[in-house]
Design a protein around this ligand. Structure first.
Ligand code: ADP
Length: 355
């Protein structure tokens, strides 16, 4: 059995909202798992069920081989970091960090020893006497992290811990969290709606939508082989280009024919004439190629420093290509395009599932 297991886990709130609709996952000891999905998809509800702050209405949770579905939060051995630092304003940094140990009745000497080690590790040594209001947002969040870590729990649960920080601090704090997690190897469940954060932090990502898991995989698997069109679009910035059409055949060659134009592109995949499919291709695998079979008309050219994002209108609708920073295409310019065939993915138009 894995270290943390959800089996057919469900949550229906008293008002009838079916927030989590039966999810299954097996998480190994020491893994950094990110629950990723748009607002309202059930991430926080799932995290709160792991924490014991909500009790699942069906299914079960096992934590370190113990059926924890109905355990009280205090019996679950977790450290929780919230989006809002939730520090006690009248207590000093030191008292805030020590709070979980005081509540657990840990002897003072042992508690102080852990405090000093942790403060050093998180760069908080000079701030121990201050009150939370005398700290920056990033420092407050590090105090929150210290408070979650000081008990050496079996699990860290983090709910959008970077949500309120500004961009510079987010990056710094994300690196901090990742580094601490690698060093301490504590199994971590981290909630975010930010796919970039998920990609950079996770060992594995659980992508959720409408209370259901869409895919579980390593960041590169989720990016390269999205299980369905939702994941293809949600993960990656920009999301995967999607060319919708029907499969046709001529002289033994398969083509994808666009719905609303006579435009078509060659296909190498294993589909048959008449199939309705969506071809997915990431922006970095589209190239300007005078022998290409798709024409694009440039509608926007965004300079990003290291590269450019070129928006084009084609017979399949809008397509985004990632190009070299030097690719100075003009508006209305026409470019012939080709796709890197090993990077095209086909999805069933009706189900949206990867074929
Ligand atoms: P996420 O964390 O992905 O944004 P949540 O788990 O917070 O999603 O919410 C999932 C769904 O459950 C949403 O529709 C939300 O409005 C609803 N919800 C969350 N908490 C409650 C509650 N206490 N009572 C009723 N509905 C809730």
């Amino acid at each position: 059995m894995s270290f943390l297991t959800f089996s057919d886990l469900e949550m229906t709130y008293p008002d009838g909202t079916h927030a989590v609709k039966g999810i299954n996952a097996e998480i190994e000891k020491g893994e950094f798992i990110v629950l990723l999905g748009p607002s309202g998809c059930g991430k926080t509800t799932t995290l709160r069920m792991i924490a014991g702050l909500e009790i699942a209405t069906a299914g079960s949770i096992s934590m370190d081989t113990v059926d924890s579905t109905n355990l009280r939060p205090g019996d679950r051995d977790i450290g929780f970091v919230f989006q809002f630092y939730a520090l006690y304003p009248h207590m000093s940094v030191k008292e805030n960090i020590l709070f979980p140990l005081v509540s657990a009745g840990i002897p003072k000497d042992e508690a102080n020893k852990r405090l000093l080690e942790l403060a050093k590790r998180l760069g908080l040594t000079d701030m121990l006497k201050r009150k939370p209001t005398q700290l920056s947002g990033g420092d407050q969040q590090r105090v929150s992290l210290a408070r979650a870590m000081i008990r050496n729990p079996k699990f860290y649960l983090m709910d959008e811990p970077l949500g309120t920080l500004d961009a510079d601090r987010r990056q710094e704090m994300a690196e901090y969290i990742k580094q601490q997690q690698i060093e301490m190897a504590v199994t971590t469940i981290y909630v975010t709606h930010d796919q970039e954060e998920a990609m950079s932090l996770a060992d594995r990502i659980i992508v959720m939508k409408d209370g259901l898991i869409q895919q579980i995989g390593k960041p590169n698997d989720v990016y390269d082989n999205p299980a369905n069109l939702f994941v293809a679009n949600f993960v990656g910035s920009p999301g995967m280009n999607q060319l919708k059409g029907s499969v046709s055949e001529k002289d033994g060659q398969l083509f994808l024919k666009a719905e609303n134009s006579d435009c078509s592109v060659t296909l190498t995949e294993n589909v048959k004439p008449g199939d309705e499919v969506v071809l997915g291709i990431r922006s970095e695998f589209i190239h300007a190629d005078k022998n290409g079979d798709l024409e694009g008309t440039v509608t926007m050219n965004e300079y990003q420093g290291a590269y450019r994002i070129i928006h084009m209108e084609t017979g399949f609708g809008n397509i985004i290509m990632r190009a070299d920073a030097s690719a100075d295409y003009q508006l209305e310019e026409k470019i012939m395009l080709s796709f890197n065939p090993q990077h095209t993915r086909l999805f069933d138009t009706v189900s949206g599932e990867l074929i």
